[in-house]
Design a protein around this ligand. Structure first.
Ligand SMILES: [Zn+2]
Length: 308
């Protein structure tokens, strides 16, 4: 059995599904955050091909639909959140000019066409399952629709899963739908508190997450089971140069410190690279060069979530 250190990549691909609660129907906001995403997606896939990178792309299932009518036909209404701002605004569905930011199955086909890429699920509707007001049935129906839409569109069977905001609930349900492995938050206290609320504890946990992203002494979790892999390091491509250097140093230190039989999971969203994408793609390439140099010397393996 191969016990070399493993570096795992996953990307949450969600387009407007991850930002609608603050962008609402403001097209300028979607343009600002997402208009370069097709370019970033293509460049990332080119880099993955160039460096022979295996990665999981956790895709929001609703993106595979062609219209809101089709999305609604899957029978997954927005959960009845206590915090009403989290739900999908009906006005978004009425805004035809926003459709391009919610539906895009062609781009998912492009990912499927590249070797070593695993398409996983990131829920059907990008709901936040740990928020108050959300019911178990919301999660169950959402997961059922997720597996169905991938079967309908691509005859693809989802086997990997990433919880929106890494908010884990009832992972055993995933097994019922044939999902073999999922990513959620690490067991560190500040990663377990990850809600959309702005209370003191949540703000404090955000501070600790930021501190741990920069500090070489905050060690990222590297234990996993065959079913659960913790989110190791969220790659913060948007940091100013000096902070990026600290973050990059920390990433390299964690990679070098990953031992045999351990796994370090690096993750981000394609939209994290959209603003000033040339600089951020260079940062991504530097990370890939560092890792692939070690891989080519036989010091580690690069895996996607479906490989373990
Ligand atoms: Zn997400």
């Amino acid at each position: 059995m191969n016990v070399r250190p493993k570096i795992m990549f996953s990307l949450d691909y969600e387009k407007g599904w991850g930002i609608h609660q603050f962008a609402k129907i403001n097209k300028e906001k979607y343009d600002f955050f997402l208009k370069n995403e097709p370019r970033v997606l293509e460049a990332t896939l080119n880099l993955f091909e160039k460096y022979n990178i295996r990665a999981t792309w956790a895709v929001v299932g609703g993106m595979l639909c062609d219209s809101w009518e089709e999305f609604d036909s899957y029978g997954v209404p927005s959960p009845d959140y206590d915090n009403k701002k989290l739900g999908l605004d009906q006005n978004i569905k009425n805004s035809k000019h926003l459709c391009e930011y919610f539906f895009d199955k062609e781009s998912v086909q492009k990912i499927l066409d590249i070797d070593g890429q695993d398409i996983g699920g990131h829920s059907f509707s990008h709901s936040y399952f740990k928020e108050s007001g959300v019911k178990f049935s919301d999660f169950y129906k959402d997961t059922e629709a997720l597996t169905r839409v991938f079967h309908n569109k691509f005859k693809h069977k989802i086997q990997t899963y990433v919880f929106p905001r890494n908010q884990i609930i009832s992972p055993e349900v995933l097994i019922d739908f044939g999902i073999k492995v999922y990513r959620g938050n690490s067991t560190k206290w500040y990663d377990r508190i990850n809600s959309n609320s702005m209370d003191f504890l949540n703000l404090l946990s955000r501070f600790y997450r930021f501190y741990s992203a920069l500090s070489p002494f905050a060690i990222s979790e590297r234990i996993s089971s065959n079913f659960f892999v913790p989110a190791g390091i969220f790659l913060r491509f948007g940091l100013p140069t000096t902070l990026w250097e600290s973050h990059f140093f920390k990433i390299k230190r964690c990679i070098s410190g990953t031992k045999d039989e351990q796994l370090l999971h690096l993750w981000w969203h394609p939209h994290n690279l959209c603003i000033d994408y040339q600089i951020k793609l260079l940062r991504l390439e530097k990370i890939l060069q560092f890792i692939t140099k070690k891989r080519d010397k036989g010091l580690l393996e690069i895996v996607n979530m479906n490989d373990i």
